[in-house]
Design a protein around this ligand. Structure first.
Ligand code: ZN
Length: 146
């Protein structure tokens, strides 16, 4: 896979690349050609959002862990009130969100580097995102019952 100039256009389906910046369809498969510059810009967005998720949720996880570890300690002002189920659910959510962020960062880096999306990484991001939606729903229902 070679480095593509920033004003080139690329076909996501077959990988056809043209230095011609004019909009059009792929001469090989008829798919709409996309601007590499735009793909790269989207890559930076994925990278930034993913990094914010990883750092943000990572920080929250550290804070929660500290609270849990210090629960019941003498002089502790905060404590963990929930049971083991809530704890497990919380850490599962942290893990899923952090994986989502990491996959998003990987996709972003790939798009910036190669000027095209990585289908496998996109599937991973979408898959984890979907899992996250379901996990969020389950969490809401479960926490409502506790
Ligand atoms: Zn094509």
């Amino acid at each position: 896979m070679s480095h593509v100039p920033s004003d080139a256009r690329i076909c996501f389906r077959c990988g056809y690349t043209t230095p011609d910046a004019a909009p059009g369809t792929c001469p090989r498969c008829g798919e709409l050609l996309r601007g590499v510059r735009r793909v790269r810009a989207l890559g930076w967005v994925l990278l930034a959002l993913g990094a914010i998720l990883v750092v943000g949720v990572g920080t929250i996880a550290v804070i929660v862990t500290n609270i849990v570890l210090h629960t019941g300690a003498p002089g502790a002002t905060t404590g963990f009130e929930g049971g083991a189920g809530v704890l497990l659910l919380t850490y599962t959510l942290f893990a899923v969100i952090i994986s989502f962020g990491a996959a998003s960062v990987a996709s972003g880096v790939w798009q910036i580097r190669y000027g095209r999306p990585n289908r496998k990484l996109m599937f991973v991001v979408l898959g984890i995102g979907f899992g996250l939606l379901i996990a969020g729903r389950i969490a809401r229902v479960l926490l409502h019952h506790w």
